[in-house]
Design a binder for this molecule. Structure first.
Ligand code: AMP
Length: 438
């Protein structure tokens, strides 16, 4: 993310792949948060925040031991007490854990939860890819009906559209349930073995551990081989096929354009049936061309049971907040100007400084924003600053005014000055702002 001013070489440097979030970044984060919050209350999702540290096993079991996220990217640590903990690489497993542990299984379904916070993955840092990054996500637990899958996609599009992002593209696929997927895996493995020599070294490994992951390999040679291979949609069982068909029908009803992408599998083991991604890019680009993925999600009907809960179908997705904020900056999407103060409070001398401190608090209680420079002594320095801020009024509190319990109100445009009693100045400024500033 961006920085302020010229970077300085300091003794302590930020760890690789991490980034500071500065006020100019957090303005965008706040806008994204407010938009999520508004949408969440419309769709009746309640906010949840889980700890950043969880038992490492929650993720190895939930996300899957042989996925990149767990095998290569998880930050794990052993505590002095011998517990193996991990920084969360994503939220869904934690949400499912909390759902079971906090007794949410008895609530009326679907239980709808959303979150907004940092995640950690030890991957190679590059543009739009950080080792600490923030996600927001929405999860609906306890609902099998495909209407939820479509509604979650609609909800994420609504957030991105409210943030004024354009050229959004939904890619969708179904990877079936464990039964029909097992059959597809066998057929795919047989096919890949026959072309094994042409695969990259990663895919040769994937072939043994997680053959579905070969489908979204970025290597061109692998893509050429895979494009000739069997496609998962042709191997779905009757129920999974009907479910997927209904998801697509609901998307049509909601007028959401989508692309069927038979190579979309997503890197997490818990997905079943629907998987989708929302990316931002040129709508005419090729399917295999890398697009900036903003949102990833899908159905995870087996996760809650796998983690020790009841059989609970569920669906959800998560979005990368830095990527969205970076795009908003790149596209120069304007945020609403905050209400900047129109008044500057000048003080001269120690007595006036302490009175000005009190006055500043009175303006805060009256909800009137005021600039100050309490650490400055000279009138000139303070007026120069007031000038830089472009305020309409300056309040001057000097030695004489303090003794007379008065304050000077100076109109910066015409230089007119009026004197008010200290106890009346807040009201006087309020009236002045109301009458003279549109
Ligand atoms: P995933 O949890 O892998 O499904 O990712 C969901 C979304 O999180 C992606 O579409 C990205 O927007 C974002 N994301 C995932 N990994 C990173 C990362 N390392 N840095 C920044 N954003 C990320």
């Amino acid at each position: 993310m961006s920085g302020a001013g010229r970077p300085k070489k300091t003794r302590y440097q930020i760890p690789r792949g991490m980034h500071d979030l500065l006020p100019e970044d957090l303005k965008y984060f706040q806008k994204i948060f407010d938009t999520c919050d508004r949408i969440a209350s419309y769709y009746r999702f309640g906010r949840i925040e889980t700890p950043i540290l969880e038992q490492a096993e929650l993720f190895t079991k939930g996300v899957g031991q042989s996925t990149d996220i767990i095998e290569k990217q998880m930050y794990a640590l052993k505590t002095e007490g011998g517990d193996l903990l991990a920084l969360r690489p994503e939220y869904t497993a934690s949400v499912a854990r909390a759902f079971i542990e906090k007794g949410m299984e008895v609530l009326s379904k679907p239980v709808k939860l959303w979150y907004f916070g940092p995640c950690f993955r030890h991957e190679k840092p590059q543009a739009g890819r950080y080792r600490e990054f923030w996600q927001f996500g929405f999860e609906a637990l306890g609902e099998r009906n495909p209407v939820i899958d479509a509604q979650i996609i609609r909800l994420f599009l609504n957030i991105l559209e409210e943030l004024k992002l354009k050229n959004l593209m939904v890619q969708i696929n179904s990877i079936g349930d464990p039964k029909c997927r097992a059959h597809y895996k066998k057929v795919l493995t047989r096919f890949l073995k026959s072309s094994q020599a042409g695969l990259c070294s990663d895919c040769k490994k994937r072939l043994k551990q997680n053959p579905l992951r070969t489908l979204d390999c970025k290597n061109e040679k692998c893509q050429a081989i895979i494009s000739q291979g069997p496609q998962v949609l042709d191997y779905l069982c009757k129920e999974c096929r009907a479910h997927f068909k209904e998801v697509l029908e609901f998307l049509d009803a909601l007028k959401i354009p989508y692309r069927l992408n038979p190579y979309l599998v997503r890197g997490l083991d818990y997905y079943t049936k629907t998987v989708f991604e929302i990316s931002c890019g040129n709508p005419s680009s090729e399917l295999n061309q890398p697009l900036l993925s903003l949102v990833g999600g899908g159905r995870y009907d087996g996760l809650v049971k796998l983690l020790g809960g009841k059989d609970t179908p569920a669906c959800g997705a998560a979005a990368g907040i830095e990527r969205i904020a970076d795009l908003m900056k790149e596209k120069e999407i304007k945020l609403k100007e905050e209400d900047l103060p129109k008044v500057f409070l000048v003080q001269l001398g120690n007595l006036a400084r302490s009175k000005a401190l009190i006055l500043f608090e009175e303006f805060r209680k009256a909800k009137i924003p005021v600039y100050e420079a309490f650490s400055k002594d000279s009138l000139r320095a303070q007026l120069a600053r007031a000038d830089r801020f472009g305020v309409k009024y300056v309040l001057i509190l000097g030695q004489k005014e303090v003794l007379e319990k008065k304050v000077i109100l100076r109109d910066m445009k015409n230089g007119n000055q009026r004197t008010f009693r200290m106890g009346e100045i807040v009201e006087a400024v309020k009236t002045e702002l109301k009458n003279n500033i549109k």
